[in-house]
Ligand binder design. Structure first.
Ligand code: DX5
Ligand code: ZN
Length: 210
């Protein structure tokens, strides 16, 4: 068993009508919760904002993945809602270092994400300042998509630039693609449909650690 990889279920694939009950089914077996916030501008889908995040009952760290334009507008709201890690997309800001400073000033960890078509060079200058990088292995917006294998090279490249960084991967993760990502250097696996869609969620989570 790979006890080092961290598992972060994406609640996008949970039942929002019984969100806290669904979270309770995975809580004892995972390391954090992945919370997908979409604004229908940066991505072609709309989810929820800080008021819903505030209602999440868990002792797990909340990693909030903001697929939104102008992420700087949401910092205080998400900090007050209990976000531990605030992940923004590098494509959404001209001043990523300024944004990272503000996230840290509010006591949150800072993560930067990059889309499948965005090169590693766009985050290279941030790797000493962020707490984690989230590599998108699907085009963001929807759960249940197929893993894009180019993400593996991107993970390897980022790992070669910083040996200690937390590298998470998001989209199309299952037992097979998760293993490939860990071998490439990922330390966090985000998985939505694979975990919440499984008949046996515990078995699905355990298969990601193998
Ligand atoms: C996609 C989201 C993902 C999504 C992953 O835009 O950022 O976190 O929930 O879903 P699966 O694991 O089903 O690909
Ligand atoms: Zn996500």
């Amino acid at each position: 068993m790979n006890s080092k990889v961290l598992i972060s279920p994406s609640i996008l694939s949970a039942d929002f009508g019984r969100l806290n009950d669904d979270i309770a089914t995975v809580e004892p077996h995972v390391d954090s919760l992945h919370v997908d916030v979409m604004d229908r501008h940066f991505v072609p889908n709309l989810t929820f904002g800080a008021p819903v995040v505030r209602c999440i009952k868990t002792s797990l760290p909340l990693e909030c993945h903001l697929m939104v334009e102008h992420p700087e507008n949401y910092l205080e709201d998400f900090q007050k809602a209990g976000a531990h890690l605030f992940i923004f997309h590098v494509e959404t800001t001209k001043d990523p270092l300024g944004l990272i400073s503000k996230i840290h000033e509010l006591g949150m960890k800072a993560g930067v994400s990059l889309n499948p078509e965005t090169p590693v060079s766009s985050v290279e200058g941030l790797l000493q300042d962020v707490d984690s990088v989230l590599v998108m292995s699907v085009h963001p917006g929807f759960g249940g998509q197929v893993f894009i294998p180019d993400a593996l090279d991107k993970i390897r490249h980022i790992r070669s630039l910083n040996v200690n960084l937390e590298i998470a991967v998001d989209g199309g993760i299952n037992a097979e693609t998760g293993k490939q990502c860990v071998e490439a250097g990922a330390t966090v696996l985000v998985a939505g449909s694979f975990i919440f869609g499984a008949a046996d969620r515990l078995a699905a989570i355990q298969s990601l650690r193998v």
